[in-house]
Ligand binder design. Structure first.
Ligand SMILES: Nc1ncnc2c1ncn2[C@@H]1O[C@H](COP(=O)(O)OP(=O)(O)OP(=O)(O)O)[C@@H](O)[C@H]1O
Ligand SMILES: [Mg+2]
Length: 500
């Protein structure tokens, strides 16, 4: 791709970008939220038509008019926001958009199921049933289906836009095995991720985007110092990623009564009785794999799931079980994991998405004070450096990481007393992460109590005061974050030797 430009109303998303990908290489695309990564690969996938520039594919200038046109040439994409049809089966999704006949026979029914099963086996996930509805699958399984769809064509290039964001460490390992398998047969992979350690593991070369321009092209992925990469992405050096933790003595000050108390909370088949006391100013991290019950615990505390045992108390007063209203009224907020499905109003403005849970604050006698709503929302989004800094931008036009920040801004604005954060930095770039961590710590210093779930162990260890390690629905370890290291937590998460 050379000199690619692409503008949206009011934004120049790509400003003359070059990208060169060789057969059999893993080419990583790096850049801050909103740098233009997804836009670039959507041009390559035929989703967006570029305003200028040229694409040369296997030596030949091409114009990719549609995703199907790109697919037919052997360019497949696994999107950041997966584009599967929930109401169709796995096999139907995999063969969606194929020619009605492949190799002379109609790919329907049984043939599609058999072919899909073979692809799923090749991807290391034989357990996914080809006739299961995609809507019933987990995020990780959906991604595998998306990958099976890519492989159902004769691909020469696969683009993966933050594929690891929804995956556990062992699933990431499986993904990397798949990538290795593909590249060893000459298939090229374009890989987008905010996790630099992944780039080190599988990348061959790196292109860095900043504000719609390529600021570095074809750097060696293994040997370019992290400092340099971060500086190219952000235009500055990010020194302190995690804010300093307050004195343990202050946090553990048993003098302050807990704001949140969880007593023997359990859901049959999901997680065993769970106890927790959370004090104002404290950040407690829940570490564990996807499926260990982390999100379920948060959602049950929030009242979105009804517990089969135990209770949740705020300021010592029990909440009505299974009632989100009761939890919210008592000052509990949840920033959920699957933002798109659970949290964002895609057609609405940034302002409305941020203010939606606090509208009563801006309403007087039935009138909404739009100016106050906008001003308050803007303050919250600026605290997170949300881009573009435009309160009227539609949420769907924001980059993935910036959509994420909008959800967090919503809870900052609500001013809750207990904040439950599920994967708060998924898809957020390194620079913004540091800002986000600082905001979370500052809120805690102002008296907020935070319960944090993250699959990124360094994040839990860096941000939390105390850590609870969950495995298969059980707390297998509790310790101050300062007493743990990443290795130890991963051991506990995977093997789970119980607390002595
Ligand atoms: N459909 C659209 N309409 C208007 N603006 C858009 C649209 N899609 C993207 N943009 C804008 O283009 C810019 C680049 O966005 P893009 O999604 O490519 O970023 P990204 O590098 O993928 O970021 P992230 O890491 O957050 O996913 C952003 O300013 C974004 O708001
Ligand atoms: Mg993106």
């Amino acid at each position: 791709m050379s000199g690619i430009t692409k503008s949206f109303p009011g934004v120049r998303a790509l400003d003359g970008v070059d990208l060169e990908v060789l057969p059999g290489e893993t080419h990583c695309l790096l850049g801050q939220n909103g740098a233009g990564k997804s836009t670039l690969i959507k041009v390559l996938a035929g989703v967006h038509q570029p305003d200028g520039g040229a694409i040369v594919w296997q030596g030949e200038p091409v114009s990719l008019k549609s995703p199907i046109a790109a697919m037919r040439r052997g360019i497949a994409t696994i999107y950041q926001e997966l584009d599967l049809v929930e109401g169709l089966s796995v096999a139907e999704n995999v063969f969606l958009g194929h020619e009605p006949t492949t190799a002379g026979f109609v790919v329907r029914g049984r043939a599609a199921r058999t072919a899909t099963a073979a692809l799923l086996r090749r991807l290391g996930h034989p357990e996914i049933p080809p006739d299961r509805l995609v809507g019933a699958l987990s995020a990780a399984q959906r991604q595998i289906v998306s990958m099976a769809r890519a492989l159902s064509h004769d691909v020469r290039l696969i683009v993966m836009d933050e594929p690891s964001a929804a995956l556990d460490p062992d699933e990431v390992d499986n993904l990397f095995r798949i990538v290795d398998g593909l590249t060893s047969t000459g298939v090229a992979v374009v890989y987008i991720s905010h996790r630099l350690e992944e780039i080190r593991r599988i990348g061959d070369r790196v292109t860095v985007l900043k504000d719609g321009r390529a600021v570095a092209v074809g750097l060696p992925a293994k040997d370019t110092p992290t400092r340099d990469i971060v500086a190219m992405m952000t235009g500055r050096t990010v020194e302190y990623v995690f804010p300093p933790r307050p004195e343990p003595a202050r946090v553990a000050s048993t003098g302050t009564p807990p704001v949140l108390t969880v007593e023997g909370l359990a859901r049959q088949g999901e997680f065993a009785p769970f106890d927790l006391e959370l004090r104002p100013g404290e950040i407690v991290g829940l570490a564990g794999l996807v499926g260990s019950g982390r999100s379920e615990v948060l959602e049950t505390v929030y009242g979105a799931r009804r517990p089969t045992a135990g209770r949740v108390l705020v300021d010592g007063r029990p909440l009505r079980p299974g009632s989100v209203r009761a939890a919210v009224r008592a000052g509990i907020g949840l920033a959920p994991e699957e933002r798109k499905a659970q949290a964002l109003l895609m057609q609405e403005s940034v302002t409305r998405n941020v203010s939606v849970s606090s509208l009563s604050r801006f309403s007087y006698a039935g009138w909404l004070d739009r100016r106050a709503e906008r001003a308050a929302a803007r303050e919250a989004t600026r605290a997170l450096s949300l881009r573009p800094d435009d309160p009227d931008a539609r949420i769907r036009t924001l980059s993935g990481g910036n959509q994420q920040k909008a959800v967090l801004a919503r809870w900052l604005l609500r001013g809750c007393r207990v904040l439950l954060l599920d994967e708060p930095t998924r898809g957020v770039d390194v620079g913004a992460r540091a800002e986000l961590y600082a905001v979370i710590r500052r809120l805690a210093d102002e008296g907020l109590a935070v319960l944090l779930v993250s699959s990124e162990v360094p994040e839990v260890l860096g941000l939390a005061d105390r850590v609870l390690v969950l495995r298969e629905g059980r707390v297998v370890h509790r310790a101050p974050a300062a007493e743990l290291d990443e290795h130890r937590v991963l051991d506990l998460v995977m093997e789970g030797s119980p607390t002595p």
